[in-house]
Design a protein around this ligand. Structure first.
Ligand code: MTE
Length: 319
C-alpha cells in the first residue's frame, strides 16, 4: 500500500484548496463532527500512477450488523474493481477513475413523494445522519467475493426524509453520465447512464446502505465516490456507484445489466447458490486474495434477515 503523508507531496499533486474545503464540509456534515475536527492532515493514496484525495472520517461508530469475516486488504479493495464507466478490465477503474470530478456533487431526488423534487447537495443529504462502519461481504456475479469495511448510513433513513407516497413501489438509481470524464461511456459496453433499482421494501431494509467511505476514509473514485449503494444480499452489480439520481417510481425499473443481457441478469439478483448463471455455477466463490473456493450462502449469508422479503416468490423464476 502506497500512502504518503502530506509534507512529502509535491505542490502539483496536492488537491486544490477549493476541492479540499468542499470535501471537508462534506465529511464534517457526514460525521456530525464539529468544525475543525478533521485537522489531522490530508492522506493521499497513489494508485496506478494517479492520485486521489481521501479524507479520514472521524467519530465513526461500529455497526452491530457487521460480519465477523476478515476484511480484504485496502489494496485489494481499491485495485480490483468493476466500474464499466472506466473500462471493462478490473484494473481500469483504479487507472482512470481519477478523471471523474466529484466535487461539487448533488443527487437529484424526484418521483412519487410528498417533498418537492430537488437537487440535494451531498453535504445536505448526509448532514442529519450519523455515519457508521459496516463490514459486509460483497459477492460479485462473476463468482468472486470481498469483505469490505464500508462507512455509510442506512438507505431507508435517507428515503424516509423525502416521504415517498403509496405509489412509490420501487426506487430507481442512476450513475453520473459524463463521457468526457468517464472513458468507458464512450464505448457501448453497457447502456448509459448505469441504472439500478430496488423494490421499496428492499430499499427500506436496514442492511441496505449508502456508502461514502471505507477503511475509515472517504471512497476513492474507483469505488463509486462520493456516494454508492451497497446491498449485501444481492450480487455486486446491484450496488450502483457514483449516484446522481434517486427516483421513486411505480413500475419496476429496468436495470442496465438486465437491459444488456436479459437472459443472464434479472431485476432481483439475490445471491443464490441454487440458481446457476447460464454460463457458470453460482454454488461457490473465490474470496479475492485467497486461492481456495468457498461455498456460496443463500442471500450471501444474510438469509435470516432478508429471506422473508421474498416469501411466496419463486426465486429461480425471479432471478
Ligand atoms: N456501478 C456502476 N455505475 N457501474 C458499474 O460498472 N459495477 C457493479 C457495481 N456497481 C458497476 C457499478 C459490479 S458488477 C460490481 S461487482 C460492483 O459494483 C463492484 O464494486 P467494487 O468495485 O467496489 O468491488
Amino acid at each position: 500500500m502506497l500512502i504518503k503523508q502530506a509534507p512529502d507531496i509535491r505542490s502539483s499533486e496536492i488537491t486544490p484548496e477549493r476541492v479540499y474545503r468542499n470535501r471537508r464540509q462534506f465529511i464534517q456534515a457526514a460525521s456530525g463532527a464539529v468544525a475543525g475536527a478533521v485537522a489531522g492532515g490530508t492522506v493521499l493514496g497513489r494508485y496506478g500512477g494517479t492520485l486521489q484525495a481521501q479524507e479520514p472520517i472521524p467519530g465513526l461508530r461500529k455497526s452491530p450488523l457487521s460480519t465477523d469475516d476478515e476484511p480484504n486488504s485496502y489494496e485489494d479493495i481499491t485495485s480490483y474493481n468493476n466500474f464499466y464507466e472506466f473500462g471493462t478490465g478490473k484494473e481500469d477503474p483504479a487507472r482512470y477513475a481519477h478523471e471523474m470530478s466529484i466535487d461539487p456533487w448533488s443527487v437529484r431526488v424526484e418521483g412519487e413523494m410528498n417533498k418537492p423534487a430537488a437537487d440535494v447537495a451531498i453535504e445536505d443529504l448526509l448532514r442529519p445522519h450519523a455515519l457508521e462502519e459496516r463490514i459486509y461481504r460483497l459477492r460479485c456475479v462473476e463468482a468472486w467475493s470481498m469483505v469490505v469495511p464500508w462507512v455509510g448510513i442506512p438507505l431507508g433513513d435517507v428515503i424516509k426524509r423525502f416521504e415517498p407516497t403509496s405509489k412509490a413501489k420501487y426506487v430507481k438509481f442512476e450513475t453520473l453520465y459524463r463521457p468526457e470524464e468517464m472513458r468507458g461511456q464512450r464505448a457501448r459496453s453497457l447502456q448509459w447512464p448505469y441504472v439500478e433499482g430496488l423494490r421499496m421494501d428492499e430499499a427500506m431494509h436496514p442492511l441496505a446502505i449508502l456508502a461514502v467511505g471505507m477503511y475509515g476514509k472517504t471512497l476513492l473514485n474507483q469505488q463509486g465516490a462520493p456516494l454508492r449503494l451497497v446491498v449485501p444480499w444481492k450480487y455486486g452489480f446491484k450496488s450502483i456507484k457514483s449516484i446522481v439520481k434517486m427516483e421513486f417510481v411505480e413500475e419496476q425499473p429496468r436495470n442496465s445489466w438486465n437491459v444488456s443481457i436479459p437472459s443472464e441478469y434479472g431485476f432481483y439478483s439475490n445471491v443464490n447458490p441454487d440458481v446457476s448463471h447460464p454460463r457458470w455455477s453460482q454454488a461457490s466463490e473465490r474470496r479475492i486474495g485467497s486461492f481456495f473456493r468457498i461455498r456460496t450462502e443463500p442471500f450471501n449469508g444474510y438469509a435470516d434477515q432478508v429471506a422473508s422479503l421474498y416469501d411466496g416468490m419463486d426465486l429461480a423464476e425471479n432471478y
